[in-house]
Design a protein around this ligand. Structure first.
Ligand code: IPE
Ligand code: IPE
Ligand code: MG
Length: 243
């Protein structure tokens, strides 16, 4: 991933890389007097809709925040429900991802998930690795700070091993250590549900992304909402520090 998006794309209508903080499932359920899991189930439907719509719009990469490194703080049964939905999503979606030529990627440390889920995820990644139509990135047990710390640690090891000089560490070299290193720069970061914070998502990558906060709760977000977001992006003037 290049440090900054290519300025020649400034004013261009189409974001290549869109990321979404999918928030508001619980409030969606609460408003209907339903259990939170019902909101998460509808949230999965929104994922299917929006992933399809993103491909139709020609978005190259869609990165979805599905489980943050802080979400372990939720009650055990909710975490279990979320893992169950993830398992179900991968099982049910794999065929479509394969037939639609979509490559599945994961950022975050999912190695701590249950072994069967890790295997399922690894298989889905391997089975779609050769697809080049679009990329769906799911952030699982992801934290932006942990990603930066891990990158720093790897560089420090190389310095200690005598194969890297501290002077050689610059933005581009650092970026190569991030899990997003081979993805296009983040153009548009959307958060649903009216909250206006990053919650530890893509901290480095968001440096020059356009931020869009919408009130829509994630289960209500659809292809039209995405089209509206892309249109808003197209009207933004990106300057990257220039004039
Ligand atoms: C987002 O919805 C889903 C995840 C974080 C997994 P929430 O569960 O955070 O919904 P609210 O914020 O409680 O409404
Ligand atoms: C951010 O939503 C994480 C995901 C969408 C996966 P949260 O609902 O967990 O964020 P906070 O706790 O309100 O910041
Ligand atoms: Mg939330």
């Amino acid at each position: 991933m290049a440090t900054l998006p290519d300025p020649s794309r400034a004013g261009g209508a189409m974001p290549r890389h869109v990321a979404i903080i999918m928030d508001g499932n619980g409030r969606w359920a609460k408003a209907r007097r339903l259990p939170r899991i019902a909101g998460h189930r509808q949230g999965v439907e929104a994922v299917r809709r929006v992933a399809r719509a993103a491909r139709e719009h020609g978005v190259e990469v869609l990165t979805l925040y599905a489980f943050s490194s802080e979400n372990w703080r939720r009650p055990e049964d909710e975490v279990r429900d979320l893992m169950g939905l993830l398992r179900h999503f991968i099982r049910s979606e794999l065929a479509e991802l394969a037939s639609e030529n979509v490559r599945l990627r994961v950022i975050g440390d999912y190695s701590v998930f249950s072994p069967d889920l890790v295997e399922l995820i690894d298989n889905a990644i391997a089975r779609t690795a050769g697809n080049d139509g679009a990329t769906l990135v799911i952030a699982l047990n992801y934290g932006g700070q942990a990603e930066i710390v891990a990158a720093t640690r790897r560089l420090a090891e190389r310095v200690r091993g005598g194969v890297l000089s501290p002077d050689a560490i610059d933005d581009a070299l650092f970026e190569r250590e991030l899990q997003t290193h081979d993805l296009p720069p983040l153009d548009l970061l959307i958060r649903t549900s009216g909250e206006q914070r990053l919650s530890n998502f893509l901290l480095w990558q968001a440096a020059y992304a356009e931020l869009l906060f919408v009130d829509t709760l994630w289960p209500d977000f659809d292809g039209e909402s995405l089209a509206a977001a892309i249109e808003t992006f197209g009207r933004r003037q990106r300057r990257f520090g220039g004039l």
